[in-house]
Design a protein around this ligand. Structure first.
Ligand SMILES: [Zn+2]
Length: 61
């Protein structure tokens, strides 16, 4: 199932991920995508938000 990230403001498709193996990195998290796009929507300039350290959870076995 494709995963599509859209701008919450204008609905512009920021990134669509069709399948595993599409690119080297796989499915980016929203915060990774935000960094990739320079932190804002290319169409309307809506700020996508900054990645926060507390949004990353680390699990160990
Ligand atoms: Zn937008």
């Amino acid at each position: 199932m494709p995963v599509i990230y859209r701008c919450s403001h204008c609905g512009n498709v920021l990134y669509s991920f069709e399948k595993v193996g599409q690119d080297f990195y796989g499915l980016p998290t929203p915060s990774e995508l935000s960094i990739k796009l320079g932190g804002k929507c290319s169409k309307c300039g809506n700020l996508l938000g900054r990645p926060k350290l507390d949004s990353i959870k680390v699990f160990t076995k």
